[in-house]
Design a protein around this ligand. Structure first.
Ligand SMILES: *Cc1c(COP(=O)(O)O)cnc(C)c1O
Length: 400
């Protein structure tokens, strides 16, 4: 590769999104953070907003609820443009895990549930529980083919391990043609890759806000139900926040008319504020501009990996075609775990490790610079070339 550090700096100098980096708290400039696909950085506005929100809570106490109660819907409306949805089609609440249980439970008809064999574990666990309760079959598949006997499909837009991007419009159309409901998991794409739910005619989706939406640890996820798909769907978790007249109390359960029927219990107000701020930043930058920069940076990362890391035993597990990858790059290496530890502790680069042999490097275009990509790969090359990982323990720790 001809790319030098000066070339990378020149790319930063003409990057139209460069200014967004200042919107984030970055108190250690020497640390190269390439794990925004696991937990995004803290936006400055979110820190200020959370201080203000705790002030509101301290002074208004319970009388704050009239202002807070519609927050899942308001935060959902802020997220909607990020994923190509309209107002009233997105609700920010609960975790991805719980939202998947609610939507899959509501949308599943008789028949097998179909899911990727390499889906994120929580997705599989939820579906295993659902089929066990319903006496249905769980079909774990490599690719989508043959929907005979299927009663629900659950599919990830971007594969959390390899970074492969699924063809959302084509899979959505295939399921629609077969008459099988489909729930998308957008956790690894929303905020980095345009999703275009309405344009594809997608009916259901779930996703999280703490990865590319930068809403922070434990911030709520969201669920999407297309306006026309709500019909008579019922959440399998019947809670008082989903009840038509919540404060009439003591009524028989009757689901709310809109998407609010998918609320369960009291929403996490501080996390919702963080989710709204995170979505605002993504919308201010524009998802198409974010995608263009993400593709340029993942392409650069792959080029540098080919040139510098392939001779050291690394292989690129992420598709090389632009249209087939999300915003992180997976590098396989037999010593991936020890290399990950050494990268963090000796080279001050933060990736993450996914078993058995993957080092993931995430691009978050709102704050990742081209020089960060260049420098991180140079540090990785130098570390492994010098055997800097060889003194590390072979056994992975509790959080990888
Ligand atoms: C991150 C992620 C999740 C996380 O689920 P939580 O319930 O929010 O912990 C689920 N699915 C996928 C595909 C993810 O990438």
């Amino acid at each position: 590769v001809a790319l030098t550090r000066e070339d990378a700096a020149a790319l930063d100098a003409r990057d139209p999104l460069a200014g967004f980096r200042d919107a984030f708290v970055i108190d250690d400039p020497g640390l190269l953070y390439l794990d925004g696909n696991s937990l995004g950085r803290l936006p400055v506005a979110t820190r200020e907003r959370l201080v203000a929100m705790t002030g509101d809570w301290g002074s208004s106490l319970v009388s704050g609820w009239p202002g807070w109660i519609d927050f899942p819907r308001r935060a959902g409306d802020a997220i909607a443009p990020v994923i190509g949805a309209g107002p009233g089609e997105v609700l920010a609440c609960d975790s991805v895990t719980v939202n998947l249980f609610k939507l899959a439970g509501a949308a599943h008809r008789d028949g097998a549930i179909v899911c990727q064999v390499d889906a994120f574990p929580t997705d599989r666990y939820v579906l295993e529980g659902l089929v066990a309760a319903r006496g249905a079959e769980l079909r774990l598949v490599d690719g989508l083919s043959g929907l005979d006997g299927a009663g629900l499909v659950v599919w990830s837009h971007v594969d959390y391990r390899t970074g492969e991007l699924a063809d959302l419009p084509a899979i959505t159309a295939a399921c629609r043609d077969a008459g099988v409901p489909l729930v998308w998991d957008l956790s690894h794409s929303a905020g980095a890759v345009p999703v275009g739910l309405n344009a594809a005619g997608a009916e259901f989706a779930v996703g999280c806000t703490y990865k590319y939406l930068n809403a922070g640890p434990g911030a709520p996820g969201y669920l999407y139900v297309a306006a026309g798909a709500l019909r008579d769907l019922r959440s399998p978790i019947q809670g008082w926040f989903g009840q038509a007249e919540q404060f009439a109390m003591e009524r028989p359960y009757q689901p709310a008319a809109g998407i609010e029927r998918f609320l369960a219990g009291t929403p996490p107000i501080l996390g919702l504020a963080a989710a709204e701020e995170g979505a605002r930043l993504v919308n201010a930058a524009g998802i198409e501009a974010i995608r263009a920069k993400s593709l340029a940076q993942t392409a650069l990362l792959i080029d540098l990996a080919d040139a510098w890391l392939a001779p050291l035993g690394f292989t690129v597990a992420t598709p090389r075609e632009d249209g087939r990858r999300g915003s992180h790059v997976a590098l396989r290496h037999p010593d991936a775990w020890r290399i990950t530890r050494a990268l963090v502790e000796r080279a001050r680069v933060i990736p993450d490790f996914r078993p058995p042999d993957v080092v993931r490097l995430g691009i978050a275009p709102l704050y990742t610079r081209f020089t960060d990509v260049h420098d991180a790969l140079a540090r990785l090359r130098d570390l492994v070339a010098a055997g800097g990982h060889e003194s590390y323990d072979l056994a992975p720790g509790r959080v990888t």
